[in-house]
Design a protein around this ligand. Sequence first.
Ligand SMILES: Cc1cc2nc3c(=O)[nH]c(=O)nc-3n(C[C@H](O)[C@H](O)[C@H](O)COP(=O)(O)O)c2cc1C
Length: 169
Amino acid sequence: MAFTIFFATSTGKTEDIADRLKDLLPGTEAKDVDNISSSDELVSAEALICCVPTWNTGADEARSGTAWDDYAQEIPGLDFAGKPVAILGLGDSSGYSDFFCDAMEELYTAFLQSGAKLIGKVPTDGYTYDDSKSVIDGKFCGLAIDEDNESEMTDERLSNWVKQIQSEA
Ligand SMILES: Cc1cc2nc3c(=O)[nH]c(=O)nc-3n(C[C@H](O)[C@H](O)[C@H](O)COP(=O)(O)O)c2cc1C
């Protein structure tokens, strides 16, 4: 299954993670959703990894503060039936402990409504935070990454997750 990585970023951390994912998945492309021509590029991917930071603290929608916010509105009306989609979120579990990686849930729900096969859910063990909209049925709905406080854990989290999504796709 050929993954395409889609990301958006405000200060570059999510782009860096997308690049590191690309290294773990040789042959994979990483595309900034600010630069894609339309949602057709999302729909035409065989399998997607969607990397999203959280900036709009406490919001019910438009939580990423990036181009993902517009796509999150559009995705439910698109046809992703059966297509594997993995979500990865960046956040700050200390500074924004009540809203850790909240934006993941918004993309997750949008893709769920589009018929996609959501893969890559992760246990909350090993994370320290107070609340997150992205915990669904006791698990993060994608991989949570905290480059602000736990960057030393990122390599291991990424490599374990890549194996997981490859087996689930
Ligand atoms: C003004 C501001 C608001 C933020 N809001 C949240 C938040 O609600 N939840 C969270 O987990 N992280 C929050 N963060 C942390 C960012 O998501 C985190 O630093 C992320 O790595 C940034 O990714 P980027 O460089 O790709 O934009 C916020 C950071 C700033 C500066």
